[in-house]
Design a protein around this ligand. Structure first.
Ligand code: ATP
Length: 779
């Protein structure tokens, strides 16, 4: 850390550890009004010296959740109470609409998946049945057909993500988590992303990959929210000239929270779980009114899904399908207090297996970042996984054909496969379904349906296939694969317990399968409160609430000893400057002067157009302190001193708007322009502001001036030079800030702190050992 002396303290000069590297293979294309230099930067070449996950990417910008309370804002706020009431009513309506649309999207996904899967399996079943009937050994045909159909479907899903919109890959939960945390992830809430996500997930699930459609629903809900709350679409170049007052990061974030909650609600029929999910992922800004609105969106989401599904099932208004996936009816739900130690052990096992899953997936992700970087290889890998999944399933069927006597009421999907007449293949029962249906079978099929070997093999195959699949360039949820793995070992445990204690009445297969699923999910994703509620709501059973909570808690604790949750892991691998819940106590000794950047680029409240243009063109910063008593041209060495008295901050986006609208003091219509200028002019361009190089400023205009007083934020936050790291961290985290200016006792600017300056201090924990690292920031 470079240290100089400012006001008697040490400080960090700008970006001492910056390195240039093409960080990662995740394709973030930034055209959302980002810094102009960043837009011009060609990223090339990998920096092999730096461990892949130990860098902070400088390309991620922050969202600004702090309200800029400049004169224009205050003018608008002083308007009549009628305008305020109208705004509130519209806000509720928009939340309602978000819920309904999210529910409808869930219906589309669900029915398309069901339809395509049914078509696929019924065709394969016909081919198998004709082989059985004709007593022919032609089982290679159904295999080839299965592999072929899956490969084509996955090819479509991968094309959608790898080629058209890379950000649509994966579950989307890490990206939404980043958004709620205050990081701008380019393209994350675009309509194109939504279309690719929806079509891609249908192809991925129908293509037999070990993925769920529930995680992508959360992302879909968030995109719907961000889209309809803005009253315009940049993709389609339409502006409906409505909802302009919601065009700010702060308002958009609230709607996105509602959309994410509606997504969870539609996915699991868990409206409360949805609200808690948003709470767990973005709690810093929570307030009572917002909670209530988010709950409203969640309720409408599950309600609209329920209504449409009732029509699809031919039982109009019989509202029994609250979510894309519910765990079915749990008949025996009681448990004995004596079983609690067993539940704890299940939590331990889930935590260990989850940590192993995350570790393997981590290594795989690093490998992918290094070697699977072109779109062609990304699509090829997805197809390879589809072929491998189908092959493993078929081989499992062949070598472990669990033949059970045909039941009295055979399932319409019961396939004889390699079994004798009068028997059906239980293994095929698991494999010839979507992962959701397989989970229900594991939860609810009568005892004796599966042999222990079937469960063990199925668990192992699902584990490795799910691990390989997560991170592929296809939209994919992780909830269902995790529950699938856990449900198979949970049920296996129940089978073993039953054979050890044949007379025990407490050994209930459904209960152990459910708790296994919960333990495995907790061990992988490490979410606690929202997950407990989601699972409890999805089972529709509160009695098992405590055991579910126990296994989730224990699996998280155990998993955390070894590594972090899979979502955080992927966020860190991408170098996203995410701020955690709390600053570590290890950072208490670090003060503002060590964290801040110095020297600082400041603007005077009455600034020349030429200087503003030069700064915007030559620097990447998005925020600038506005000061008085400072002359940048006579200052001999800015590195040694202070930068004028702090008055507020102004954003690049505001400066660009002022330059574009030519709000120059010397302009002949200056007074007229200033009179009609309102906060609406700044919102209209949101969120994609014109890059500075596209704004024409003549040589004469460069000598003009802009009076920044009505436009900068006079209430911007600043901290004293002796403030501690944890104090600044909490300020950022709790208020969702983008810039904090460091001042000395005389209120003179001495430094600047942004999210990246805080996120670069990372605390890692491994096997009880806690380490602090200072990460370099890449360009
Ligand atoms: P963001 O990218 O988070 O939207 P930003 O572009 O203004 O905000 P960062 O990219 O986070 O800022 O900043 C990169 C580095 O530049 C940080 O170390 C930060 O302290 C420093 N920095 C930011 N603004 C200024 C400024 N006006 N003058 C000097 N240094 C700055």
């Amino acid at each position: 850390m470079a240290t100089n002396d400012v006001a008697g303290t040490s400080r960090r000069t700008n970006r001492p550890n910056s390195v240039n590297s093409n960080y990662g293979s995740v394709h973030f294309r930034d055209d959302d009004g980002s810094s102009d230099l960043e837009n011009q930067t060609e990223h090339s070449g990998n920096d092999k010296d730096i461990s892949d996950e130990k860098i902070l990417s400088g390309t991620f910008e922050s969202l600004d959740y702090d309200q800029c309370e400049n004169e224009l804002f205050q003018q608008e706020e002083r308007k009549s109470s009628k305008a305020y009431i109208k705004k509130e009513v519209v806000r509720w309506l928009v939340f309602g609409l978000i819920g309904i649309l999210t529910g409808l999207i869930a219906c589309v996904i669900d029915n398309m998946v069901i339809l395509s899967t049914k078509l696929k399996f019924s065709y394969i079943k016909t081919v198998v049945d004709s082989c059985v009937d004709a007593n022919l050994s032609c089982f290679h045909w159904p295999f080839l057909i299965w592999v072929g159909i899956n490969a084509v479907l996955v090819l479509c899903g991968a094309f959608m993500t790898a080629v058209i919109e890379p950000i649509a890959a994966g579950s989307g939960i890490p990206q939404i988590k980043c958004f709620l945390n205050g990081v701008k992830v380019p393209h994350v809430v675009r309509i194109k992303t939504l279309v690719c996500k929806v079509l891609g997930v249908i192809c991925a699930v129908a293509g037999g990959l070990v993925v769920g459609k529930e995680g992508p629903m959360i992302h879909s809900g968030a995109v719907v929210a961000a889209g309809i709350s803005q009253g315009k679409s940049d993709t389609f170049h339409v502006d409906f000239k409505i909802l302009q007052y919601f065009r700010s990061d702060k308002e958009k974030r609230d709607f996105v929270s509602g959309g994410a909650a509606a997504g969870v609600s539609a996915a699991f029929g868990a409206p409360v779980g949805g609200v808690l999910f948003s709470l767990e992922e973005g709690a810093s800004f929570w307030n009572q009114a917002l909670t209530w609105r988010i709950f409203f969106a969640s309720m409408l989401s599950t309600f609209s899904l329920n209504i449409v599904q009732s029509y699809v099932k031919g039982t109009p208004w019989s509202l029994s399908s609250p979510g894309l996936f519910n765990f079915g009816k749990f008949d025996t739900t009681d448990y004995s207090g004596l079983e609690i130690p067993l539940f704890i052990l299940m939590g331990v096992f889930g935590g260990l297996l989850g940590a192993a899953f995350n570790h393997i997936n981590y290594k795989l992700t690093i490998f992918r970042k290094k070697y699977i970087t072109s779109r062609g290889t990304q699509v090829l890998e997805a197809i390879l996984v589809a072929v491998a999944t189908a092959t493993v399933s078929y081989l499992t069927l062949y070598f472990n054909n669990d033949c059970q006597p045909m039941r009295k009421d055979p399932d319409e999907d019961s396939v004889q496969f390699f079994c004798d007449d009068g028997q059906y293949s239980a293994t095929a029962g698991l494999l010839f379904h979507t992962p959701e249906e397989s989970i229900k079978e594991l939860f609810h099929d009568i005892p004796g349906t599966f042999r222990p070997a079937t469960l063990a093999v199925y668990c192992l195959c699902s584990f490795f296939l799910a691990c390989w699949t997560y991170g592929l360039y296809v939209p994919s949820g992780l909830f269902i694969p995790s529950i699938l793995i856990g449900a198979s070992w949970g049920r296996l445990l129940a089978v073993l317990l039953k054979s050890a204690f044949p007379s025990a009445t407490w050994v209930n297969y459904s209960k152990y399968a459910l708790l296994g699923g919960a333990a495995q999910l907790g061990g992988i994703v490490r979410m606690t409160i929202s997950l407990t509620v989601i699972i409890t709501e999805a089972t529709g059973n509160i009695t098992l609430g405590l055991p579910v909570m126990i296994v989730l808690m224990v699996s998280k604790w155990i998993g955390d000893i070894f590594n972090e949750g899979i979502y955080d892991m992927h966020i860190h691998i991408q170098g996203v400057p995410l701020l955690g819940w709390e600053p570590s106590s290890m950072l208490t000794n670090i003060s503002a002067t060590e964290v801040m950047s110095h020297p600082v680029t400041v603007l005077r409240s009455y600034e020349s157009v030429g200087r503003i243009v030069n700064i915007l063109k030559n620097e990447t910063h998005n925020g600038f302190p506005v000061v008085e008593d400072y002359d940048p041209f006579t200052e001999e060495s800015p590195d040694s001193g202070t930068f004028g008295t702090f008055h507020g901050t102004i954003l690049r986006s505001q400066l660009v708007t002022l330059l574009k609208l030519k709000v120059f003091e010397e302009h002949e219509d200056a007074q007229q322009i200033k009179k009609i200028l309102s906060i609406k002019d700044f919102r209209d361009a949101y969120p994609r502001f014109t890059p500075i190089h596209r704004i024409n400023i003549s040589a004469q205009e460069r000598n003009f001036h802009i009076d920044l007083k009505p436009y900068f934020n006079p209430g911007a936050y600043s901290v004293s030079h002796c403030a501690s790291f944890p104090r600044i961290f909490r300020l950022f985290r709790a208020l969702g800030l983008r810039h904090v200016v460091v001042v000395n006792r005389q209120q003179q600017v001495i430094g600047m702190v942004t999210r990246k300056d805080l996120a670069r201090y990372r605390i890692t924990q491994h096997l009880g050992k806690v380490n602090m690292e200072e990460l370099p920031i890449t360009n």
